[in-house]
Design a protein around this ligand. Structure first.
Ligand SMILES: Nc1ncnc2c1ncn2[C@@H]1O[C@H](COP(=O)(O)OP(=O)(O)OP(=O)(O)O)[C@@H](O)[C@H]1O
Ligand SMILES: [Mg+2]
Length: 581
């Protein structure tokens, strides 16, 4: 029985218990009304047959039948209402639990679970549980209660028939359990295929333009066809399994009812039961089996829900970063000592870095693509966990800091900062809800976006999803404006101006340099002119610090930095020279 009821799930949604109980009571009352009606009809038929019917018996039977129908109708309405209420409670509770869990997992949730799985589990997974709570669970209890009730009633009429019918009923759950082991594996596979297909579909849809450019759509098409074919096969298997087990259950249910009819008539012939009793047994025999049979058909839907609930609990059981309460201290100097980090255990990306970013300093990280700059930024923002060595902020370990305080004090701007669908104003105000119009325009001026926006609808200019209707450079400017509004003591710029023309880039860099006078700024940039003004520059090479120092010191050292600087200078002079000619 343990396998058929997920106690943890029920415990998670305590509220649903009362609705389930209410639902069972409604169904039971309905059954009682039915028994009364059938008993009245059986008695009437007997009287008519024997010819001793009293006056008005037909009318009394009709009244009982009518009353029973009305009661059954009311019970049906109420029980579906209860089903609805419990389904509602389940959805609300579980979605809220998932939502809160994600909040607690924080920005590093992607290290443990992928986004499409979260979405599928929270939306469809929870929907699947609707039937589990709304229909399956009440039916589970009712399916045990109904045969017992009928047995009690019919044993007064004819014990042998009643006991045989009662004994046949458990054959249905036995089949269900038999099917379950197999079904569970199949359904787990089914869900896996389903999420995999969802993943591929989402990715292909997002990358459709790229796919078209490289004419790779035929390949992707084939890939998706293959996956859908797998999914179709597994779906068919699931349906076959369900149909087969339903057939078996039908055979048992109706076979059992037929057995009841045979028993009733033989008992009648043997004179062990009167005609009314015989008719009553015949009329009620099917009712012994129907609730169990119904349970069987809900069962497959419920199994789907159980598979989904496993996924939900897997999500809910993910280890959470322990919530730390330390706030970022006034002195927000950052120190990294012996910092090592790997995304995959067998490939270390950072090999023991010592770096310091004193409060109010302007530090730059440069180095070849893939040397680990963005990884460092992600570590500082608490997005990558599981590093060794230490990162401290004002002497407090980064892992002791609360995420909220970290986010309030550290602002991260990359070349792909997320802009939301909505207006420019909405996107800006999320950084500083109380900012006035003037302040907003001021930062837009700073990032050279004001002229463009004035020509549009100003702060009410509407952005599409991911600001698809702005150019790459405009997106970056807006993201920068938002970051400037955030007004935090620490800023990390990760190639924040990579899509912007050199002239505007210089203007924006001037803003960043001005910011660096009062704030801690960490700047990641490929263009060395941008970092030349930094107090200290760390030159990274494949996850190690190759050299560090001020621009002047590094040039004097004639190392990797100097070589790169000269190469870039040559290139820029060449372009400038080219312009003159
Ligand atoms: N999410 C990830 N999972 C696994 N490996 C990753 C992940 N992100 C980055 N890496 C690896 O870590 C290394 C450093 O990547 P990182 O993004 O830090 O480089 P970067 O210095 O910022 O490069 P760029 O200048 O091109 O932005 C790369 O070799 C990359 O393959
Ligand atoms: Mg990077």
């Amino acid at each position: 029985m343990n396998m058929m009821i997920n106690k943890r799930l029920i415990a998670a949604v305590k509220e649903s218990k009362k609705y389930i109980a209410g639902n069972v009571i409604c169904q039971w009352v309905s059954l009682a009304a039915n028994i009364a009606m059938m008993a009245a009809i059986a008695r009437m038929l007997q009287s008519l047959f024997v010819g001793d019917s009293e006056e008005g018996q037909i009318a009394v039977t009709a009244v009982i039948a009518a009353a029973a129908v009305v009661i059954r109708y009311i019970c049906a309405v109420m029980s579906s209402r209860m089903g609805y209420l419990s389904a509602k409670a389940v959805k609300k509770t579980l979605r809220e639990m998932i939502f809160r869990k994600l909040l607690r997992l924080g920005t590093s949730y992607k290290e443990q679970v992928n986004t499409s799985e979260v979405v599928q589990v929270a939306v469809e997974g929870v929907d699947q549980l609707e039937t589990y709570f709304g229909a399956y669970l009440p039916q589970f209890f009712y399916a045990m209660l109904a045969p017992l009730t009928l047995f009690c009633v019919l044993s007064l009429v004819n014990f042998p028939s009643a006991i045989v019918l009662l004994i046949c009923v458990p054959l249905i759950p036995v089949t269900i359990i038999g099917v379950q082991r197999w079904a569970k594996k199949l359904l787990a596979k089914y869900w896996w295929q389903y999420t995999a297909l969802g993943d591929t579909f989402l990715e292909n849809l997002q990358g459709l333009t790229t796919t078209k450019i490289y004419q790779a759509d035929a390949f992707k098409h084939r890939q998706m066809n293959e996956q859908s074919e797998h999914f179709r096969r597994i779906t068919m298997k699931v349906l076959t399994m369900q149909l087969n087990s339903i057939t078996i259950m039908d055979l048992i249910a109706y076979g059992g009812a037929a057995l009841g009819v045979i028993l009733a008539t033989t008992q009648f012939q043997a004179g062990r039961v009167d005609l009314a009793g015989c008719i009553l047994i015949i009329l009620l025999a099917a009712d012994f089996f129907l609730p169990m049979r119904m349970l069987g058909s809900f069962f497959h839907i419920a199994m789907n829900g159980m598979a989904a609930s496993d996924k939900i609990f897997r999500l809910l059981d993910l280890t959470e970063p322990v919530q730390k309460n330390e706030a970022v201290p006034e002195d927000c100097s950052i120190e990294c000592k012996g910092l090592r980090f790997a995304y995959d255990a067998d490939r270390e990306i950072l090999h023991g870095l010592d770096m310091s970013f004193p409060k109010g300093s302007f530090t730059a990280l440069v180095g070849e693509s893939g040397c680990g700059k963005s990884t460092i930024a992600a570590l500082l923002m608490g997005r990558n966990k599981g590093y060794t060595g230490s990162i401290t902020v004002g002497g407090i370990s980064l892992c002791e800091l609360s995420e909220a305080s970290l986010m309030e004090n550290f602002t991260y701007i990359s070349h792909q900062s997320y802009l939301f669908k909505g207006t420019v104003r909405e996107n800006l105000l999320m950084a500083c809800p109380n900012a006035g119009e003037d302040t907003l325009w001021q930062v837009l001026e700073q990032v050279k976006l004001a002229d463009f926006l004035r020509a549009e609808k100003g702060l009410d200019t509407v952005l599409n999803e991911k600001a698809g209707n702005l150019s790459g450079g405009q997106c970056q400017r807006l993201a920068l404006a938002r970051a400037l509004l955030h007004d935090s003591p620490v800023y990390i710029f990760d190639e924040a101006t990579s899509n912007i023309d050199v002239e505007s880039e210089n203007d924006i860099m001037a803003q960043i340099h001005a910011l660096a006078k009062t704030r801690t700024v960490i700047l990641i940039s490929h263009r060395l002119v941008n970092v030349a003004g930094a107090d200290k520059i760390y030159v990274l090479d494949q996850g190690c610090i190759a050299e560090s120092g001020s621009h002047r010191e590094l040039l004097a050292a004639r190392g990797a930095y100097a070589r790169l600087w000269n190469a870039q200078q040559e290139l820029e002079n060449y372009t400038k020279g080219g312009d003159v000619n």
